[in-house]
Design a protein around this ligand. Structure first.
Ligand SMILES: Cc1ncc(COP(=O)(O)O)c(C=O)c1O
Length: 426
């Protein structure tokens, strides 16, 4: 808890190595310089908070000034093991020293071992296809579903229909974006991919929408980006039944809610409704880019050589990191802690002034503020960051999302609640 150490300590290492003050890799670079660089060199793709982090450990991060923060955002459900988790760091170091890249034209042990671990998730006969991100895992899932729906024949839009749900988010590339029914995200990039329809996330709407033309229904068991909405078991059951009735593939996008975020390894396990395919990414390598599509037995043999691929996907360093992550996050004791601390956090949030509803499961939670809240979620998140050094995220004008590392303890949950109380009570 000695934040002053960050800049000083890193500089002293640089000095000892003879790199002196010109070495900026550990960044004592003033924020204003970074902001000037952003203005000159980057597209305006992101609205950033005025902070640059240079180091992290567990649930803590430190900025360029050496100020310590408590991270309840985890880069949006990515660093679930906490920052610089020793097992993940060691896995990356060891693999990077040995071999970083060969591509997918050769065998790679870390990739195959990870595939073995993930394939077990959807039962005997399942197979894994690797990608580099969540959106790419979704693209692969959509391609697999459409190819399966054609039964090997090239018939345009025969079983090409993809059904997705309102409030869903699946990514920004064209297929994934076409399954993400949000006007503001889709409209500037029209025309989108044909064949996509979106319906309300209810059992009745899903039952009516899935038909004999449908290649797939894609949904998040817990809808994350729209503000953490847990889909009811009745909705998931109706989805399963509709897909079975019409021979469509049921795809669960667990990019955000998977990997123990909700207290079970996969979110679908809470309901027992098993999908035909499952996408994951985000926390899989605790910050290195990776995505995976797990195809259950029905879809496992669909992809053939030449159908789909990627230069970097399933690279040895990402997969070595992911193997360490799966060990950490697959621990039943960690999952029990996620459920227990999730309850504690949710209860604490319910007590806070201005909070009218708390939604979510495990350590994937959202606090909904009163519709007429004087400040609103984005301003609260900003004040939490700048004045209270608590890192959060707003998913909408009145919704604050909580995605802490899954390795946190009770003390950190209570500390976050204390900071929020200070902030909201004033
Ligand atoms: C459920 C879900 N699917 C897909 C994506 C896209 O993942 P990525 O940003 O890694 O492409 C996200 C990202 O937030 C997500 O939450």
């Amino acid at each position: 808890m000695d934040p002053a150490g960050v800049v000083t300590r890193d500089r002293s290492i640089a000095d000892a190595e003879g790199r002196g003050s010109t070495d900026r890799s550990s960044s004592g670079v003033p924020l204003a310089d970074l902001q000037a660089l952003e203005r000159d060199a980057l597209t305006r793709s992101y609205a950033r908070q005025p902070v640059a982090f240079v180091r992290g450990e567990g649930a803590r991060m430190w900025d360029t000034e050496g100020v310590e923060y408590l991270d309840f955002q985890t880069g949006l459900a990515v660093t679930s093991c906490g920052h610089s988790h020793p097992a993940v760091v060691e896995a990356i170091r060891a693999q990077a020293q040995r071999l970083v890249h060969t591509g997918n034209l050769f065998y790679s042990e870390p990739q195959l071992r990870l595939a073995e671990r993930l394939a077990a998730s959807l039962g005997e006969g399942s197979r894994v296809h690797f990608a580099n991100s969540g959106t790419e895992a979704v693209e692969a899932a959509l391609k697999v579903a459409r190819k399966a729906g054609r039964g090997g024949e090239v018939v345009l839009l025969h079983r090409g229909k993809i059904v997705s749900l309102h409030r869903g988010f699946h990514g920004r590339t064209y297929g994934a974006l076409s399954a993400t029914p949000q006007e503001s995200k889709q409209a500037p990039f029209a025309p989108l991919v044909p064949g996509f329809v979106a319906v309300q996330p209810t059992a009745a709407a899903i039952t009516a929408a899935v038909d004999d033309e449908t290649a797939a229904l894609i949904l998040e068991p817990v809808q994350g980006e729209s503000g953490v909405y847990v889909l009811g078991d009745d909705v998931l059951r109706a989805a399963r039944e509709a897909c079975d009735r019409h021979g469509a593939a049921l795809i669960f996008d667990e990019v955000q809610c998977g990997l123990s975020r909700t207290g079970r390894f996969w979110a679908w396990e809470h309901s027992g409704v098993r999908p035909d395919a499952l996408t994951c990414a985000k926390a899989l390598a605790n910050g290195l880019p990776i995505g995976a599509l797990v195809c259950g037995p029905k879809l496992a043999q669909v992809l053939e050589p030449g159908d789909h691929g990627s230069t970097f996907a399933g690279g040895p360093v990402q997969c070595a990191a992911a193997l360490a992550v799966v060990d950490v996050l697959g621990d039943p004791a960690l999952q029990a802690s996620v459920l227990e601390l999730g309850e504690r956090l949710a209860e604490g949030l319910r007590e806070l002034p201005g909070v009218v509803e708390v939604r979510g499961r495990g350590l994937m939670l959202a606090a909904e503020l009163t519709p007429d809240h004087p400040e609103g979620a984005p301003a609260i998140v900003r004040r939490a960051l700048l004045d209270h050094h608590l890192v959060l995220n707003a998913t909408g004008p009145t919704t604050v999302r909580f995605l802490p590392p899954l390795t946190i303890g009770q003390a950190e949950v209570d500390e976050a609640l204390g900071l929020l109380e200070d902030l909201l009570v004033g």
